[in-house]
Design a protein around this ligand. Structure first.
Ligand SMILES: CC(C)(COP(=O)(O)OP(=O)(O)OC[C@H]1O[C@@H](n2cnc3c(N)ncnc32)[C@H](O)[C@@H]1OP(=O)(O)O)[C@@H](O)C(=O)NCCC(=O)NCCS
Length: 157
């Protein structure tokens, strides 16, 4: 899980993605407030990937946000590992499903078991803050716990 001292490393990964419109812009203050929700991956002391999990306990679901791998480390399965970690963390928090908003990365998530859903699947509190002008699509994945540990089902019914 990320620490306050990881802020600079997280920013280095996500700022270019904010500039290209792939990720929503977040101020330093917003990132700091959310730092406990971030997971980071390090290689040789450098942050090479990050992702956030924002739980909505009442609805038993969580939002995966800000998932990003530094360009030189993409295509090596780091994104997969990070998503796997987020899914296990969500299950350990007894959340039943994950959702996310995306404008450009839908295929990557679909290949990892997410299916498109309507905005109605997003918790009210989160829905009110959605910037509709981004025209994001919404995706959801049901999480399933089994006897051998926590796994994630591929389809949401
Ligand atoms: C999406 C992302 C996190 C994947 O991380 P990664 O470590 O490269 O992913 P993995 O190595 O686990 O998987 C790589 C595979 O995903 C594919 N892929 C990468 N980006 C993709 C995209 N935008 N859409 C569809 N597939 C994508 C690669 O082609 C590769 O396919 P292959 O296994 O058939 O060769 C990374 O590409 C990234 O940081 N993208 C920019 C940020 C972003 O779009 N975040 C999501 C915001 S909602």
């Amino acid at each position: 899980m990320a620490k306050v001292t990881d802020l600079a490393g997280i920013k280095q990964i996500i700022k270019p993605l904010e500039e290209s419109g792939t990720l929503v812009r977040r101020t330093d203050d917003e990132l700091l407030k959310a730092i406990d929700s971030f997971a980071v991956m390090e290689r040789e002391g450098q942050i090479i990937a990050c992702a956030a999990l924002f739980p909505f306990f009442k609805e038993k679901c969580g939002e995966v946000a800000c998932i990003a791998v530094s360009p030189e480390c993409r295509g090596q399965g780091q994104g997969d590992k990070l998503l796997d970690f987020i899914e296990k963390k969500a299950s350990s928090l007894r959340l039943d499903r994950l959702f996310l908003l995306t404008t450009r990365t839908a295929d990557w998530f679909v290949r990892r078991g997410f299916t498109e859903c309507s905005i109605d699947m997003i918790p009210d509190e989160r829905r009110k803050k959605i910037n509709l002008s981004r025209k994001s699509k919404y995706y959801v994945k049901k999480l399933v716990a089994d006897g051998s540990g926590i796994t994630a089902d591929r389809a949401f019914k």
